[in-house]
Design a binder for this molecule. Structure first.
Ligand SMILES: Cc1cc2nc3c(=O)[nH]c(=O)nc-3n(C[C@H](O)[C@H](O)[C@H](O)COP(=O)(O)O)c2cc1C
Length: 212
């Protein structure tokens, strides 16, 4: 397989300082709206990068469940690798890979746990099967066979047959509070447009154009 001549030109759009919103969250919401309108698969999927105690980074996709001036929220199993790593080292990087639109957004921030009232509200809004799956999966830990996983799911399904599925104590969310956000728009001849927002001590945002 030959991969070195796979390339394309980026010509869909241009980004300039006078087109940018001075607030990066408003800018992000505009781009998210574009990704949804363009019917990208999983437009809310974002890659979350964390680092372990040896400095080894790891990353995975999760779904964005809320964005506000506070930051970016996702939900997960608190025993998972990402949750353990973020609990020990809350420095985190998010990546939105909207490359069909020739765009990407990169968020640098700090992760903190979402309050349990908010986790509960979100958990109750999920389909029942997803709630049961959260109970059945010891996320990121080895499981002998798929059959063993399905057996556990069947047991949980039976256990919570009637009434509401309770929130597992090992399930929760993280709010990523940003201090830097980059917006990238692909440009002709690889001369892409990149703008980095940096949060200032008075909570305003400074914007720099970066070389591509
Ligand atoms: C499109 C997509 C969306 C996903 N959304 C979530 C999510 O919201 N929460 C989650 O815990 N895992 C989600 N996953 C699974 C994660 O990528 C990952 O496999 C899992 O969380 C375990 O990660 P870890 O072992 O690195 O902690 C998603 C996977 C994909 C491909």
């Amino acid at each position: 397989m030959k991969v070195d001549d796979i390339r394309r030109s980026y010509t869909k759009d241009k980004l300039d300082l006078d087109k940018l919103n001075e607030d990066p969250i408003s800018q992000f919401e505009g781009w998210l709206k574009d990704a949804i309108a363009a019917e990208l698969p999983d437009p809310t999927a974002m890659c979350v990068a964390s680092v372990d105690e040896h400095g080894q980074p790891s990353q995975r996709l999760v779904l964005l469940k809320d964005v506000s001036t506070e930051g970016f929220t996702f939900y997960t199993n608190l025993g998972s690798r990402k949750a353990s790593e973020l609990s020990a080292n809350p420095k985190v990087c998010l990546h939105f890979p909207w490359h069909p639109l020739e765009r990407q957004v990169i968020v640098y921030g700090t992760a903190e746990r979402v309050p349990s009232s908010q986790v509960m509200k979100y958990f109750l809004s999920r389909p029942k099967e997803s709630q049961l799956a959260a109970w059945a999966s010891e996320q990121s830990r080895p499981v002998s066979t798929r059959q063993a996983l399905m057996q556990k799911f069947a047991e949980i399904k039976h256990k919570f047959e009637h009434g509401e599925v309770p929130l597992p104590s090992f399930w929760g969310g993280f709010l990523v509070k940003p201090h830097k956000i980059e917006f990238w728009q692909g440009g002709e001849h690889r001369l892409h447009d990149r703008f980095m927002y940096n949060k200032q001590s008075d909570n305003s945002w400074n914007i720099d154009r970066l070389c591509p």
